[in-house]
Design a protein around this ligand. Structure first.
Ligand code: COI
Length: 367
């Protein structure tokens, strides 16, 4: 193993790469990981010297708090390679700020900005060969923080690990997506931590989603926990509805994730001249619109899927199918966002330019 120190990150390179064992044309989302990972420990009230090491298993005490109280948060980001072999991140500042917002809500100490960006930059430099060119190919980057202090007392941990792992990715959802609109279970509640990318927010969805799967739906559209009258999120994504020519999404709140892709969808849609309304939207309104043939599209947005069209929905035993459109908003907006992400579309409104990070020329530098 070669050892090397860059800035203040100790790097231990993998002796051999596993890249030749991977079939990049046939990837299951999140199942293959690159050669290296970033790790930084928190103890004695401070984040310690960060390291990059070969991808490996962790060894932890079985009483570590993450196993018992779910004190854990994460992020999802993507790196893209353009036709010139340069690697780009999409709005990484947003993910950095969001993981610290999530951490604060779960009583986890915030992570230093310079460690985050230098860690990402060095990790992507080492594993650059794992990022393949071409629309649809990307490197899904998963930063996460876990509580590692041993002991089952129900209190915040005094020790943590901040880790970044990377996984080559293609599409997130394979096949068609139809959703069940929740009328009983909830993803989050007011005053809770639905806005955070907390591990438990996702675990809590698995059971209701498995019930929806049994009814033939792939995902659940979550409604507000008080009344189940308002549409909030779709599975792990923010959700948009096209009624007539208007695109509607609900406002961000403490129950809803402040999606990075959601913001991009809103910006790109406006730039394309689409009328966007950000307001509470009732289940009754979309059912009425579906009855009048005015509900043209539903789609989810998120880092993993970018934009995922939803072809139908069910509510309290009734089912609706959406029309298949030639030039859907979902496809037009997705192609524009992908173009910006792969650096093939000029950002004429300058809405994204300052948010793109060019990893090869200094990590967090802004053009
Ligand atoms: C995302 O799309 O941002 C996600 O968080 C999806 C992930 C849970 C796989």
């Amino acid at each position: 193993m070669e050892k090397d120190t860059v800035v203040n990150i100790k790097i231990e390179k993998a002796a051999t790469s596993r890249i030749n064992e991977v079939d990049f044309s046939n990837l299951n989302f999140g199942s293959v990981f690159t050669d290296h990972m970033f790790i930084c420990d928190y103890k004695n009230g401070n984040w310690q010297e960060p390291t990059i090491v070969p991808y490996q298993k962790l060894s932890m005490d079985p009483s570590a708090k993450v196993f018992h109280y779910g004190q854990a948060v994460f992020e999802g980001m993507k790196a893209y390679k353009d036709e010139q072999d340069e690697v780009w991140l999409f709005r990484p500042d947003e993910n950095f700020h969001r993981i610290n917002k999530s951490s604060a809500r779960l009583a986890i100490p915030e992570f230093p900005e310079e460690y985050f960006f230098e860690g990402l930059k060095q990790l992507l430099k080492l594993d650059k060969q794992w990022i393949k060119k071409g629309f649809g190919n990307s490197l899904y980057i998963r930063p996460f923080v876990i509580a590692t202090e041993a002991g089952v007392s129900a209190s915040p941990s005094s020790e943590y690990k901040f880790i970044i792992i990377c996984s080559p990715a293609q599409a997130y959802y394979a096949g068609e997506v139809r959703v069940k609109i929740a009328d009983h279970y909830s993803r989050s509640a007011s005053g809770g931590f639905g806005f955070a990318k907390a591990a438990g927010n996702y675990a809590g969805q698995f059971y209701p989603t498995s019930l929806a799967n049994q009814e033939g739906f792939q995902q659940v559209i979550w409604t507000d926990s008080n009344t189940h009258e308002y549409l909030e999120e779709a599975g792990t994504m923010n959700v948009f509805f096209r009624i007539g020519d208007k695109l509607i999404t609900c406002p961000i709140s403490d129950r809803i994730l402040d999606g990075v892709t959601r913001k991009s969808v809103i910006q790109v849609a406006k730039d394309l001249g689409i009328e966007v309304e950000i307001r509470p939207i009732k289940v009754a309104e979309i059912i009425e619109a579906a009855k009048n043939n005015q509900l043209k599209e539903i789609f989810g947005s998120g880092t993993a899927a970018v934009i995922n069209p939803i072809l139908g929905f069910g509510y309290k035993g009734e089912k609706w199918e959406l029309p298949k459109l030639e030039n859907s908003y979902a496809a037009t907006i997705k192609n524009t966002i992908l173009g910006i992400q792969y650096n093939t579309i000029e950002d004429k409104y300058n809405a994204f330019k300052s948010d793109l990070t060019h990893c090869d020329s200094g990590g967090k530098s802004k053009p």
